[in-house]
Unconditional design. Structure first.
Length: 475
């Protein structure tokens, strides 16, 4: 298949999945809007001038950045609205057709159709498990075969073909389905007496966007990820290299669904996806400025940074254990704040590795925070207090206990508490930061808290990888 054809197929898959993320931006609407129950024919949709699209929260598909919708879904909604209004200009006369995004949990994409809360759903429909009650829907495969391509970074070993991956470690997100293909490659390498490819997937709870940023920053050498996502983020992560000719074949599919009674609506949607309006929506997404807010990663394990970590490691171990925090999370927060520089003083007077204000340090009573040990002690103590004081009834697991402390460290515990309350009202897990409360915090406070916490987590994962706390597998 020609490159352009492959790219078109992958872009279709991307837009569909991204569209599901669109849910994110507008999914945080009033509960009354989301709870509207209505089912009707396509002609009735046109008559009332409203089409509702259920989409899942996703950083590529949909984000709400302090009230500003970001991602592919809003652009797709604009494109569908414009396309339908042009097609039915004569019929609608002065009445325009509005396309509204209804953000939902991904598990509720199809049930939102049967419940009458949406007229269309876009996302991972049957990607990893069969669709229940499939006769109730018209299911459209954006592509039956999603390609997952190899992506390398600025310092990665040179790769000209799959065999060059011999002895290398390849990283993949939680939803990566490349094990079967690499199993065949490893069987071939084994027959030839060559070192096998190591696979590390999942990598904590990192998603594809996180891994692309890490490979772009040189923190990991290789990622395999859906080609549509690699292409969409390629303009942002300029140092990564997408190897379009080295790929794994995914047997899943991504697409959209409507109720089985809306075949005429489905036909119009096919027309949109085959039109130039669809390409225009993709271009608009690529030109969005929100991705410029992403903060570049530093390397926590380069020689000098690692030496600083080693010199402080016993303190992170000591006070992490005392306050029931993984020591590497405390270290990662310190690296995010100052690159582990005890001499750092911020413009507002925050002091040392953990960047604590003098009044905060004094209130903790652990000694002079101008000195290294009291500074790290105070940082861990403060993280613990942010959790025990403000979230006494939360059911955090170990990682989320640290993640919510880090978020509170960044935007304040009261703001995090309000985001948790709103997340619970919208059906999200208030005790899970990633893919749950982080989306609500972004809507309330902007995109920065999400990036801050994710950067700290990437440094945490980098430390775990360096210390061999995350093991690779060989298919």
């Amino acid at each position: 298949m020609a490159f352009t054809q492959r790219l078109f197929s992958s872009i279709i898959a991307a837009s569909l999945l991204l569209f599901s993320s669109a849910v994110l931006a507008q999914s945080i609407q009033s509960r009354s809007s989301q709870s509207e129950v209505w089912t009707g024919s396509y002609q009735e949709m046109l008559q009332r001038g409203l089409i509702r699209i259920a989409v899942p929260y996703d950083r590529t598909v949909y984000m709400n950045d302090k009230g500003s919708p970001r991602g592919l879904a809003p652009e797709m909604a604009k494109g569908i609205s414009k396309w339908l209004n042009t097609k039915y200009a004569g019929q609608q006369k002065a009445k325009s057709i509005v396309v509204k995004l209804i953000p939902v949990n991904s598990a509720n994409l199809l049930t939102s159709l049967t419940a009458g809360q949406a007229d269309m759903a876009i996302g991972d429909l049957g990607l990893y498990e069969p669709v229940k009650n499939s006769r109730d829907y018209i299911l459209n495969h954006g592509t039956k075969s999603v390609r997952e391509v190899l992506v390398s970074g600025p310092d990665s070993p040179a790769i000209s073909g799959p065999d060059d991956l011999s002895g290398q470690t390849v990283y993949g997100g939680r939803d990566t389905n490349f094990h079967a293909t690499l199993k065949e490659l490893n069987q071939k390498l084994k027959r030839e007496g060559k070192p096998l490819v190591n696979i590390l997937s999942p990598v904590g709870t990192l998603d594809g966007e996180d891994l692309l940023q890490m490979v772009d920053a040189g923190l990991i050498p290789f990622v395999i990820i859906s080609d549509w996502k690699a292409k969409l983020w390629e303009p942002t992560y300029k140092r990564m290299v997408v190897h379009d000719d080295i790929f794994a074949q995914d047997t899943g599919w991504i697409g959209w669904a409507v109720r089985s009674s809306n075949a005429d609506f489905n036909n119009d949607l096919k027309g949109f996806y085959e039109s130039s309006a669809f390409d225009g929506a993709l271009s608009a997404y690529r030109n969005q400025e929100f991705k410029e807010h992403i903060q570049g990663l530093k390397d926590p394990i380069e020689k000098s940074a690692w030496a600083r970590f080693e010199s402080m490691r016993s303190l992170f171990d000591k006070y992490g254990a005392e306050y029931k925090l993984d020591p590497l999370f405390v270290a990662a927060l310190g690296f995010q704040e100052t690159l582990l520089n005890q001499n750092a003083v911020s413009k507002v007077g925050a002091i040392g590795v953990m960047q604590l204000m003098p009044a905060t340090g004094a209130s903790l009573g652990v000694g002079d925070i101008h000195l290294l040990e009291p500074n790290i002690h105070a940082g861990a103590d403060y993280m613990n207090q942010l959790i025990t004081k403000y979230f006494p009834d939360a059911q955090f697991d170990s990682d989320n206990r640290a993640l919510f402390a880090i978020a509170s460290y960044n935007i304040g515990p009261n703001n995090v508490a309000k985001a948790r309350d709103q997340a619970k009202q919208l059906g999200f897990n208030p005790d899970q930061w990633f893919k749950n409360v982080e989306f609500i915090a972004a809507q309330r406070m902007g995109y920065e808290p999400m990036i801050y916490v994710r950067n700290v987590y990437k440094y945490f994962i980098s430390y775990e990888l360096k210390l061999n706390k995350i093991q690779s597998i060989q298919p």
